[in-house]
Design a protein around this ligand. Sequence first.
Ligand code: 13P
Ligand code: SF4
Length: 331
Amino acid sequence: MDLKTDWLKSGFVTESVEGIEDIHEAFNNLKKEKNAVLMAHFYQNNEIQDIADFVGDSLALAQFARKTDADIIIVAGVHFMGETAKILSPDKTVLIPDLNAGCSLADSCPPDAFEEFISKYPDHKVVTYVNTSARIKALSDIVVTSTNAKAIVDSFDEDAKLIFGPDRNLGNYINSITGRNMILWDGACHVHEKFSLEKILELKKDNPDAEILAHPECKKPLLMVADHVGSTAALLKYSEVNTSNKYIVATESGIIHQMQLKSPNKEFIPAPPNDSTCACNDCEYMRLNTMEKLYNALKYGWPKIDIDENIRIKAVKPIEKMLEISKALGL
Ligand code: 13P
Ligand code: SF4
């Protein structure tokens, strides 16, 4: 079977790995042969996190992609993470296991509409969350992640006029902790918006010793009851150094794997979503990635991230600016 033609036709990767007995060994051998590295986001399944050369949040993945000397970077995450890696390392081949691994938050910000939106505020600087397409980054003055958003917004003059997009929840949160009044694009992540405050409070009643950890993409009422709000990396760090032995985790449940590895004696409870019929605290885009797709992507060099060079040149500037400030701050 010509797998590559198959994928080109269908737009996504087949999972067929005929004749492979040990997929982990086969993948590692291929990685060595092709001088490739696998970087994985904290929301990947445990198997992928465990085989990855590097596991991190969005900021750490961008930093890793920029400095690796591998020829091929395989990004086990979602499409915008692959794009960010390619923008920063244009001479490297960047592979993602499944082209359908998108992001509802990035999709909530179509470039043409965003361009029209920002054109109404010509005297404003445009700050965008990394969960966006390359075209949105190309329209931005600076990119942020949830690890550095506060510090980067703080780095602007007090009277600077700012637009923030696409996440309204993160934008509102940053406004509240910086005292800014950024104009917000009305986007959101479907996973983080689905957590049920009511069920989380019930869970807290049954587990009064548990602390609530929440990602800033969650809605405001949940952030108000959280004991700690932060990026995936910040929540992981907090769960490691804090003295509580129990946590209710209001972000994608993949992060619990690293929390449990770092703190084997602590208990981590995934926060319940408002819809009990689905595993809504799993990001279905992140979870499209499988070991088999990773292996095939590396074997056939597909799906590959390609970015129009005119867009890349514009998009790299706000990302580099973010990395510069993060480095200066030790992030
Ligand atoms: P982090 O940068 O905190 O890892 O968040 C990425 C993300 O997609 C959250 O939904
Ligand atoms: Fe995007 Fe939400 Fe999935 Fe993060 S959890 S990748 S913001 S859809």
